[in-house]
Design a protein around this ligand. Structure first.
Ligand SMILES: [Fe+2]
Ligand SMILES: [Fe+2]
Length: 167
């Protein structure tokens, strides 16, 4: 699917296109999280990243189920947005020289990732329902709920201690 091919004609095509986008993104997140676990200092933050890594592995599995339910082979396409968010996070983290500030920077980067996932799953769920794929919508909803849970947990860690320690 390229800029000049115009092969997204129906909502169904758009749904599959965005499934491929988030599938690629989830896989990139699996690559990025171990580095974030390594770089984090706060024990609760580290544990939060570890549990979200396990959840993220399940997100990939659920997406594979959604592809198959929809009669498609699981396949990713480049998602410049997630690549950009991860690249920017690596740049910032590379410049921080303080444990608490590092944790604050990691939380901000992780929340950018969660919010990206939340917006993608929101659209995918709405489109799945419109396409009569409540089976797909239910699986996508499980991913969305875990992204929202991760985002809330990050806010709580930041506001309860990390931001204060970093200031
Ligand atoms: Fe995810
Ligand atoms: Fe996530």
């Amino acid at each position: 699917m390229g800029i000049f091919t115009r092969d997204i004609k129906k909502m169904d095509d758009l749904f599959v296109h965005m499934l491929r986008d988030i599938y690629y993104a989830e896989k990139q997140i699996i690559q990025a999280l171990p580095k974030m676990i390594e770089q984090s200092h706060d024990a609760q933050l580290k544990q939060g990243f570890q549990s979200h890594l396990r959840e993220t592995e399940n997100h990939v599995t659920r997406l594979e189920q959604v592809f198959r339910l929809h009669g498609q082979e699981p396949k990713g396409i480049d998602c410049p947005v997630i690549d950009g968010i991860i690249e920017e996070a690596e740049d910032i983290v590379g410049e921080v020289d303080n444990k608490a500030v590092m944790d604050a920077a990691l939380i901000a980067a992780a929340q950018a990732v969660e919010h990206y996932e939340i917006t993608r799953y929101g659209s995918l769920i709405a489109w799945a329902k419109q396409l009569g794929r409540n089976d797909c919508a239910a699986l996508l909803q499980q991913n969305l709920d875990e992204e929202k849970g991760a985002d809330k947990k990050l806010t709580a860690i930041a506001e309860s201690k990390v931001n204060r320690m970093a200031a």
